[in-house]
Design a binder for this molecule. Structure first.
Ligand code: SRM
Ligand code: SF4
Length: 552
């Protein structure tokens, strides 16, 4: 449905000749380290963002220099599955072209930060040579498809992983622009590349899909535009419940924008997944708001028109009705750290990677350690939606070797960390994110230590607490689903959100605004005291806040 007054980005997409724009010319321009404005938008569809170092921005401005531009590159990696060889290839690129770190994201992907313009093409081409692409990792398209990590020896997890890969491939843009620009592929006339699913102007906004395997809701399926909840029967995949219309991004002070949970729509058989996904995507393509980008996610389309309208539109496109949803239960959104055995004699080691940052710092040499593990590991790696990593599919006889490296390189911190630190998430924020209003990743260790100390004061040390920090209200660490969340407002100041659920099925409420750390701790202090005194055995903080009506 054409918007009466399409947004500027809609015009850029329409004029882009299949997302080509003038990216090639912008890359070749020696005068600036950045790209032309329109190309910055188009670059996202190729998996990269132009950024600048915000730590040095003011000094450079005063020196009348342009910002220190560099690029972030994000991979597309359905279900976060990589081989050791791919890990090593990405690790080498982090040294050669980026800032010497790898960043595991909250959507099971890798990010490289700090890539200079002249290195973008060789870096993307080198990734592609390792069979890792960046197509549609960003932009108004379907982003990386999440899948609950789990042993591939489990038929349900294996099937879910396979469906995540098929879904990702099915919803990819058809343009060959990526191959032309980054891989010197043959030139194709844009008119010959019919975008039959996404449409000539792609989607109105970013679109996110995930597949969850109960009882673990690690993918935060209710935060997604499109969610599938695997329903198992006798240990096999029987089908999926469809959930739609979730999303978290918001703008401070703008009540027209808000986080929203996806609603469960109906049940489908496994072989119906691609058709159902396509019906959801094309409904959003045709009805999403192309005039106001802040109102362009599927969550607003469904909120405005209603779930009944959405269901009947889907069923009209599908030509069949979805069955009634099947029962399911989630118990946690977290990862289970340490070794687990999958019933087939293969072992899996979940490691904590704080904020997903794979770096060498002091005696915690995560990057060197994981590279060493990749050299000897004969299974695969799985990135988790909690920014952590599973060294997966290890033979019993190989565990000692992995264990020795884990201890030697300080990757065993999970054995000593407190639950609040282990479960926490933080988005990247400063210094690379242009939208950050406050620190997140760099603040996380101090923030979890302060909260843990407060819990200890009230005899709650060692209790689980789902804590997340985002540097702005876009919510990249999914803070609105946490029991305690900080959402950046200004340097050193955060909005405090409280009361999410440990199964990811309830939104946190805005409790206090614009607090600095002492004020955050002062707000939590009486609540922790009362939680400690009043809770029923094992009652989670978020559940207690709701039962005791403390959220006002
Ligand atoms: Fe995000 C924008 C980082 C997951 C909601 N996100 C950004 C940008 C690209 C800033 C920008 O637009 O210039 C950030 C780059 C920072 C940097 O320096 O690397 C950024 N988002 C991230 C990552 C890396 C956070 C992390 O620490 O792991 C995650 C990358 C995921 C991936 O691999 O694809 C990431 N972002 C999320 C999530 C969580 C999720 O998807 O499960 C959300 C909330 C869910 C949602 O989309 O509703 C999220 N990011 C946003 C938004 C708000 C969207 C909205 O509907 O309003 C923006 C801003 C925007 O799109 O305008 C944004
Ligand atoms: Fe940047 Fe905001 Fe996302 Fe954090 S939540 S990475 S500050 S856009």
């Amino acid at each position: 449905m054409a918007a009466a007054n399409p947004s500027a980005v809609e015009r850029i997409k329409a004029a882009s000749r299949g997302l080509r724009g003038t990216i090639v010319e912008s890359l070749a321009d020696p005068v600036t380290g950045g790209l032309a404005d329109d190309d910055q938008h188009l670059l996202k569809f190729h998996g990269s963002y132009q950024q600048h170092d915000r730590d040095s921005a003011e000094a450079r401005r005063q020196a009348k220099l342009e910002p220190a531009f560099s690029f972030m590159i994000r991979t597309r990696l359905p279900g976060g599955l990589v081989t050791p060889a791919q890990w090593l290839a990405l690790d080498a690129l982090a040294t050669r072209y980026a800032n010497g770190t790898l960043r595991l994201t909250s959507r099971q992907a890798f990010q490289l930060h700090g890539v200079l313009k002249g290195d973008l093409k060789p870096a993307i081409a080198a990734m592609n040579a390792a069979l890792v692409d960046t197509i549609a990792a960003c932009g108004d398209v379907n982003r990386n498809v999440l899948a609950s990590p789990g042993p591939l020896a489990s038929p349900v997890h294996a099937a879910v992983q396979a469906w995540a890969a098929k879904l990702s491939a099915h919803l990819l843009p058809r343009t060959r622009a990526y191959h032309e620009i980054w891989l010197d592929g043959a030139k194709v006339a844009p008119e010959q590349e019919a975008e039959t699913v996404l449409g000539a102007n792609y989607l109105p906004r970013k679109f996110k899909a995930a597949i969850a395997v109960p009882p673990v809701n690690d993918v935060d399926v209710f935060a997604q535009d499109l969610g599938f909840i695997a329903i198992a029967q006798d240990g096999r995949l029987a089908g999926f419940n469809l959930a739609a219309g979730g999303g978290l991004g918001a703008t401070h002070g703008d009540a027209q924008t808000y986080p929203r949970l996806a609603e469960v729509v109906g049940f489908l058989a496994p072989e119906q997944l691609l058709a159902v996904a396509e019906a959801v995507v094309t409904t959003q393509r045709d009805f999403g708001d192309r005039g106001e980008r802040k109102h362009a996610r599927l969550k607003y389309t469904i909120a405005d028109r209603g779930l009944d309208w959405f269901r009947s539109e889907l069923e009209r496109r599908l030509g069949f009705a979805l069955e009634a949803p099947r029962p399911f239960e989630f118990t946690t959104t977290g990862d289970r750290f340490g070794w687990s055995e999958d019933g087939e004699g293969r072992w899996h080691l979940a490691l904590r990677i704080e904020s997903g940052r794979v770096a060498d710092r002091g005696d915690r040499r995560l990057r060197a350690g994981l590279a060493r593990i990749a050299q000897v590991h004969r299974g695969h790696f799985q990135l988790t939606p909690n920014q952590n990593l599973i060294v997966a599919d290890v033979a019993d006889g190989d565990r000692w070797r992995i264990d020795a490296l884990v201890v030697g390189y300080g990757l065993d911190a999970y054995r000593r960390s407190r639950p609040v630190a282990l479960e926490s998430l933080a988005c990247v924020a400063l210094p690379t994110c242009p939208l950050a209003m406050a620190e997140a990743e760099r603040y996380l260790p101090a923030a979890t230590a302060a909260i843990d100390a407060l819990m200890e004061k009230h005899g709650l040390g060692g209790e689980p607490l789902l804590f997340r920090v985002s540097g702005c209200p876009n919510g990249c660490s999914r803070p609105y689903l946490a029991e305690v969340a900080l959402v950046g407002k200004a340097p050193g100041r955060y909005n405090l959100h409280l009361g999410g659920a440990r199964d990811g099925r309830r939104l946190a409420a805005l409790y206090r605004e614009n607090l600095d750390e002492p004020a955050i701790l002062a707000a939590l202090d009486p609540l922790f005291a009362a939680w400690s005194a009043e809770r029923t055995p094992a009652e989670a903080f978020g559940d207690w806040l709701h039962r005791s009506r403390r959220l006002s």
